[in-house]
Write a protein that binds this ligand. Sequence first.
Ligand code: DON
Length: 304
Amino acid sequence: MQNFKAILDEIYADAKRAKEKGTVASYIPELAHVDENNFGIHLRTLDGFEYGVGNFDTIFSIQSISKVLALSKAMALIGESVWERVDVEPSGSPFNQLALLEIENGIPRNPLINSGAIVISDILLTHLKNPKEDFLNYVRELASDPNIYYNLEVARSEKNTGFKNYAAANLLKSFNNLVNPVDDVLDFYFHQCSIEMTCNQISDAFFFLTNKGNCLTNTAHLTGAQAKRIIAIMLTCGFYDEAGEFAFEVGLPGKSGVGGGIVALLPNHFVITTWSPGLNKKGNSLLGMQALEQFTTKTKLSIF
Ligand code: DON
């Protein structure tokens, strides 16, 4: 067996030496104030081992990483009907770009860009009895951890600065691809983005995707076929206009968030989560991507 602990220690030491750390997101004060020196990795293997280095146990804003869990819940609720309202093609554009949405008649390119995630929020709002409470409980159940919460200040700041998300939601509404009122859908979407988790909790919550839909306690949350679909979308769409680069460098399906988190997985083998708040020009964690490139290079574990 590989010495994962030694490999993570090496990667951690390299990250600590790095001079270029990227730029911490500054569009809301709660993210702007996060210390750029935070760096953590957590790895959970399917055969029952886990390893953590650095700030792997510190909570941070998961932001767009939540889009994968929202999609999973929507698929669990309505199955393949999700694809009547959102496509499965990479956008090749930034996460908040609106041009394609107008050209393509209100059908978002995929569920991991903002417009697609807003449609998924609309689906959850329709099908969950108490949407915010039920979604948070779903995430807690996936992670087998009741200590996961929304950050209400972050949700409020997202609302105060979310002009492009309002534009996206209104455009979706104009194309009849939003059932619920714009304000209700965005309120739910902003809460989703505001969830705070540690690297450890994220690895645990995403375990079911590497384990054919079955979470850590072996409860089935999705079928193996549904998990396969979600992983495929993570590979092609998880990093917006840097999805190709992530596949090229790292070679794993994954998802990033502007809080500096990245979760990546090798089906049937492991889930790995990194956190480093400094972002590159495309909005993905600079050192997180470098760490994952080193991990798959050193372990020779990738889908390719
Ligand atoms: O909705 C937004 O635009 C922000 N909450 C950022 C979401 C995000 O993390 C995008 N991706 N990296």
